[in-house]
Design a protein around this ligand. Sequence first.
Ligand SMILES: O=C(O)CNC(=O)[C@H](CS)NC(=O)CCC(=O)C(=O)O
Length: 283
Amino acid sequence: MTLAAAGQFCATGCIVENLASVKTLIHKSVESGAKVLFLPEASDYIARSPAETVALAKPIDQSEFVIGIQQELRNLDTPLEVSVGIHEAVENEDRCKNVLLWINSGGEVTQRYQKLHLFDVNLKNGPILMESRSVQPGQEVLPPFDTVLGKIGYAICYDIRFPEHSLRLRTLGADIITYPSAFTVRTGQAHWELLGRSRAVDTQTYVIMPAQVGAHDPDGKRRSWGHAMIIDPWGTVLAQCSDTDSVPRICLADIDLEVVKKVRTDMPLWQQRRGIDVYGYDV
Ligand SMILES: O=C(O)CNC(=O)[C@H](CS)NC(=O)CCC(=O)C(=O)O
C-alpha cells in the first residue's frame, strides 16, 4: 500500500503565484507521507483568453514553472514524484498543447501525454469554451507506465467523458487512471463525481482526480468546480477536498493493488468483454 495525494488549488494567469501554490502542495504531501502528488490540468496558468493561453506557453525545458518543480523535488529529503498538467508551446504554430507530465523524484520528466479530446462546448446559460482555438489535439494513447503506486494511465479533464479511452488504458494494463482537471462549475455539479465513479467502475482501476477550484480571474468569469477526489476500483470515493474556498489543499488515500486484483477476480469483466465480433473493434 502506498499513499497518494490529489491536489487542488486555483491557478491564475500568474505563473509565479501558481508555482508557489504548487510548492505548498508538494510540502503538504511530503509531510503527510504521500509518495506521489497529482496536480490539476493547466497548473502552470489559467489565462483569460485563447490568445493569452498561447502567448504564455513555453517549451517544456524552458518553462520556469516546470523548472521550479524540478528544483523543489531535487531539494526534498524524502522522495516525492509529481504528475502535473501544463501548456506546451509548439514552435511556429499558433496553438499550444495541453499536456500531462510525470516528474520523478530526481526532477526528470519521464512521461508526457497530450490531451486527446478538446473541450469545445457551448452550453445554454452556461460556459462557452472553445479549447481548440488555443490547443492542438493529441493523436495517441500513452501506454500506462510503472510507478511506486502501480501502473498509471494518463488522461486529462474532458477525456473523462470518453469511456473508450479509459477502457483502452485498462486493456493496456492500468491499475490507476488520473484525470487532472479544471471542470466548469455547471458541468462539475452535474457530472464530476458521476463520471469519476463511472470510469472507476468501468475499468476497475483507482481514479485520481486533482482539480482546479474557484475563480481564476478577479471578475470571476471563469470558475472551476474543485472537489479533487480519489476513488477506488469499486467506485467508492475514498477522499475528497472541500471546496469552501480556493486555499491549496490535498486529499489522501492508500493505493492498494490487492484491491485492484480482488475487484477484477470477483467480477472478471475483461474475460467477459465482447469486442470485434459485436462492435467491429476491440477496446
Ligand atoms: O484552459 C486552459 O488553459 C486549461 N484547460 C481547461 O480548463 C479545459 C479546456 S477549456 N477544461 C476542460 O476540459 C473542462 C471540461 C469540463 O468542464 C467538462 O467536461 O464538463
